[in-house]
Structure formats: structure tokens, C-alpha cells
Design a protein around this ligand. Structure first.
Ligand code: HEM
Length: 483
């Protein structure tokens, strides 16, 4: 469970990053408990992992015993400290600055933009006159979709669906973001001197990684500069600019970076939070949406049920699918949440014990406690929690009704308590709108191989790979026009 171990594949000798998903049904039953420890053979610190919510809540409590140590936040602080990486009073300051950017008016904007983006997809991809469309790689579609949404609603940057950028450089911003999110761990481990050498394939790849960081750095610097200019202009012309330029998350951050006192962001923190919002607001949502689309395409009867609800909400015209009507689309939201339960993009949450401490209620005997020496790594196994039959009976089964009557506190895929995901409603809004629009127009279906059953498709296509986030392997889907 070290950065080095995380780079190696999951095997009996090394848990790697994918063990939680691969061993989800075996590892805890094997030891007869919901909290286990991993002790390294050769070097490294011991790790305590749990799939019990009682124990998990103690691990992520902001009380102060367990924190995101340097190694844990390293992959997201390349550009500066941010809301994810800081602790205690610093965390409260970052959260107070960013909270006002996540309001109902932000979500109304997210809904409106998602709807526009869907219309742009239909025209730009040439789907408007087609009765049948093959989406060769769902990940490409959902990654681009989530990137365009966060650019428009997070950064007030209204890039069109068919954007082409980076013409002058050899790597586009979108590619750079993907390379950076996939390679942070590798970059942390490799000495920078490797970067100037081009000996073999591996080192050429390292050069790509470096270029991705440079591309992203310069993109973010441009973004910050042009936003500062547009805010200045907006102040001069007060109100003459469109709403998106003044109500997005980024504007809140820039204003804080120009302020003074308690609620001010330093320049490095502005860059750090910019990266965090781009990455956190994009990668997680895209991979969860991909899983949700695959599962809906697989389970036709559930898809039909969701479709019926969409038609009840918008019987006459698509314009009836409004933000105000979003709460009536609870089956659509459930399809996203069940995708996120079965394939949680954030598969684990890590903390380090900063002093000797104790974990309470460690099963199977509820009274049991275990000592946690200072320096121990703690892991909330979100896959384990979400496949725990105590919380989700028949955990491998795809059941949308699990989510019909739930509160936000039950959505463990977004964490729990004060440090839970600040972008939860943002993600739920964009994905509910996108799925509602897509399913209203198209019936989704998987592409089976000759003689393959639907369950065999699930076992083949819906395997995972883990980088900074957990994701399902690439797969195609077919869209068959309904109207
Ligand atoms: C399906 C989509 C998403 C999932 C599954 C997800 C999951 C999570 C989880 C589990 C955490 C807690 C991590 C920890 O404590 O170690 C978290 C934190 C965070 N997420 Fe998300 N997230 C999603 C979408 C978003 C979006 C759209 C944004 C921004 C627009 C975002 C921004 C953040 C930030 C800034 C934090 C740190 C919060 C803090 O420490 O106070 N996330 N997310």
C-alpha cells in the first residue's frame, strides 16, 4: 500500500491498487472480520483496512487523530495545496471559501449547460439523422462530456463540444489532464533526471508525462489570467457580461485570491484548487457515468423502468425535463448511484495516524477495539463498504430500488461527514440531466460476442483498472433511436 506497491499489478504478493475490487467477495470473509491489516513482507508501514461504516467514520472524522499525510496528498499538490490536501483550520478556511460556489444557482446552471451540451453532441457527432449509433468507446464520450461541463460551469469557459485546442502544441489540454491523472504516482517515484534522457520506451513515456504537466500548468496560468481580466472587465461594466462568467466556482476562487484576511487564497493555493476542481470534477464523474451507461445498456428491463419515469416527467416535450423537475427523476439518479456503488471511482480513502490511538467497535465482536500506533496507514475500503451485505443485501445484484428512498448521508461513494465530497450535487445534477436526455431519445444496448450471454458480457467487459481512480475497462454501446 505504498506508492511503489501501488504501481505494481495486484497479485498474491502485492495488493496493488486493484485488490479492493478484485478480492471484494473473498478477503474479509477469509479472515472473518470487517477490518483487516496488511503487513508488508519486506519494508513499508502496516495498513489497517475496513469495510465497516462504524470504523470508517472514525477514520475520516476531522477530529484530528487521522490525517491525510504528505504521501497521501502528494498526487494532488503538484500545483499547490488545496481543499483536499489540507487539514484542521486550513481545511476550514479552504472549505469556507469554496462552499459558497456550490449553491442551487450553480446546479441550475449545470443542468442548463448539460442540456445544451447534449444538443451539441447530437449535432456535432452527426446523430440527428441516425436511427442507430455505435458509440465505440463510452469512456471517450463521458470523459469529454465531464470535461466540457466542468469547463463551462466550474470555470466559466464555454468551450464548444467540438473544441479543438492545443493546435500549436503537440498535446491538447484534455490529453494533458488524462496523462496527469494517470501518471501522478509514477512521476512521484521517478527522479527528475530521467526526464531529459530518451533511452527506451519507458523514458519516452516519462517525457510525455512531463509535457502533460507543462501543458496543464500553462493552461491553468492562462485560465487564471483571462478570468482575472474578465472579472475586472465585469466590474467595470457591471453586469454586462453573461451569467456564466460571474457565478462559477472559479470566479469565487479568483475573488478569494484577490482578497485579504482570513478568507484569502494564496496564488499557489489558487493553482492547487484549480487543478483539484478540474481533476476532481472530471475524472470521477466521467468514469462513474461510463459504468452507469454500461449497466443500463446491459439490464434492459431496468432501463425501460427508468425510461417510463422520464416519459412521465416529460410526456409532451423534452423541455419539460427541467432542473425544477429533477427530483421527480429519482430512478435516473438511482441508475447513476447504483453504477457508483458497483464501481466507485474513489475506491478508497487514505489517512495516517498522527498519534497513538484506538479504533472502536471493530467487528465481529462490536465491543472490540484495536490499538493504532502512530504512523499506521488507514484505508476506508469504499468498494468493501458498498459490497458489504449488511448495508446492501445481495451486493453483486443490480438493483436501482436501493436508491429510491435514500438520503445524501447514505451515498458512501461521496464519503461521509464534514469532509465528504463538495461536488456531490454538481455530479448528481449533470449526470441525471445527461442520462435523462440520452435515455429519452435512445434505447441503449451492449454489443454481445457470438454466443455470449448478458451476464457473460458483464463478467468480460466490466472489469476494472485502478489508477488514481477506479475505472471500468473501455467498452462500446449501441444507441437505437426511440423517437
Ligand atoms: C461521481 C463523482 C464523484 C465522486 C465519486 C467523488 C468522490 C469523492 C470522495 C469519496 C471524496 C472524499 C475523499 C477523501 O476524503 O479522501 C471527495 C472529495 C472531494 N471532491 Fe468529489 N467526487 C465526485 C465528484 C466531484 C466533483 C464534480 C467535484 C468538483 C466539482 C469534486 C470535488 C471534490 C473536492 C474538492 C473534494 C475534497 C473535499 C474536502 O476534503 O473537503 N468531486 N470526492
Amino acid at each position: 500500500m505504498s506508492p511503489f506497491g501501488a504501481l505494481l499489478p495486484t497479485s498474491r504478493l502485492n495488493p496493488g491498487l486493484n485488490w479492493m475490487w478484485r478480492w471484494r467477495n473473498t478477503v474479509y470473509p477469509k479472515f472473518g472480520t470487517e477490518t483487516i491489516s496488511i503487513i508488508p513482507y519486506i519494508f513499508g508501514q502496516p495498513t489497517i483496512c475496513t469495510r465497516s461504516l462504524q470504523v470508517a467514520k472514525q477514520m475520516v472524522s476531522p477530529k484530528g487523530d487521522f490525517i491525510k499525510g504528505e504521501e497521501i496528498s502528494a498526487p494532488v499538490i503538484e500545483f499547490g495545496h488545496n481543499l483536499f490536501s489540507v487539514e484542521g483550520e486550513e481545511w476550514k478556511r479552504h472549505r469556507r471559501i469554496l462552499n459558497p460556489a456550490f449553491t442551487p444557482s450553480t446546479y441550475a446552471l449545470v443542468w442548463e449547460e448539460t442540456s445544451h451540451i447534449y444538443d451539441e453532441i447530437i449535432t456535432s457527432e452527426g446523430w440527428s439523422s441516425r436511427s442507430d449509433v455505435l458509440v465505440e468507446n463510452v469512456t471517450d464520450l463521458t470523459m469529454k462530456f465531464a470535461l466540457v461541463v466542468i469547463s463551462r460551469c466550474g470555470f466559466g469557459n464555454r468551450i464548444p463540444w467540438d473544441f479543438t485546442e492545443g493546435a500549436a502544441s503537440s498535446m491538447s489540454f484534455a490529453q494533458a489532464l488524462v496523462v496527469v491523472s494517470n501518471s501522478n504516482l509514477l512521476r512521484m517515484l521517478l527522479p527528475r533526471s530521467c526526464v531529459s534522457m530518451q533511452i527506451d520506451m519507458l523514458l519516452i513515456r516519462i517525457q510525455d508525462i512531463e509535457q502533460a504537466f507543462v501543458t496543464l500548468d500553462s493552461y491553468m496560468a492562462n485560465l487564471i489570467q483571462s478570468k482575472r481580466e474578465s472579472i475586472k472587465l465585469e466590474q467595470e461594466n457591471s453586469g454586462a457580461l453573461p451569467r456564466q462568467t460571474s457565478n462559477d466556482i472559479f470566479t469565487h476562487m479568483i475573488r478569494a485570491s484577490e482578497g485579504e484576511g482570513k478568507l484569502a487564497l494564496k496564488d499557489s493555493e489558487l493553482a492547487g484548487n484549480t487543478f483539484l476542481m478540474l481533476f476532481g470534477g472530471h475524472d470521477t464523474t466521467a468514469h462513474t457515468l461510463q459504468a452507469a451507461v454500461g449497466l443500463l445498456a446491459l439490464y434492459q428491463e431496468h432501463q425501460e423502468e427508468v425510461y417510463q419515469q422520464i416519459m412521465e416527467v416529460s410526456p409532451k416535450h423534452v423541455s419539460e425535463l427541467t432542473f425544477q423537475n429533477a427530483s421527480r427523476l429519482f430512478k435516473v439518479r438511482a441508475a447513476f448511484l447504483e453504477g457508483a456503488r458497483l464501481f466507485p471511482a474513489v475506491q478508497m480513502m487514505l489517512r495516517d495516524a498522527q498519534k497513538d490511538s484506538v479504533l472502536q467497535n471493530v467487528g465481529p465482536d462490536e465491543e472490540m477495539t484495536i490499538p493504532v500506533p502512530k504512523g499506521t496507514r488507514l484505508v476506508v475500503d469504499i468498494v468493501g463498504v458498498q459490497y458489504n451485505e449488511r448495508y446492501h443485501p445481495d451486493p453483486e445484484a443490480y438493483k436501482l430500488e436501493r436508491w429510491y428512498d435514500t438520503s445524501e448521508n447514505d451515498m458512501t461513494m461521496f464519503s461521509f461527514g464534514p469532509r465528504s465530497c463538495i461536488g456531490r450535487r454538481f455530479a448528481l445534477t449533470e449526470t441525471t440531466c445527461f442520462l435523462a436526455r440520452l435515455l429519452r431519445d435512445w434505447r441503449l444496448d451492449v454489443i454481445l460476442e457470438k454466443g455470449e450471454t448478458r451476464e457473460q458480457w458483464r463478467a468480460r467487459a466490466m472489469q476494472t483498472k485502478a489508477f488514481m481512480t477506479l475505472r471500468v475497462n473501455d467498452f462500446p454501446v449501441r444507441l437505437v433511436r426511440r423517437r
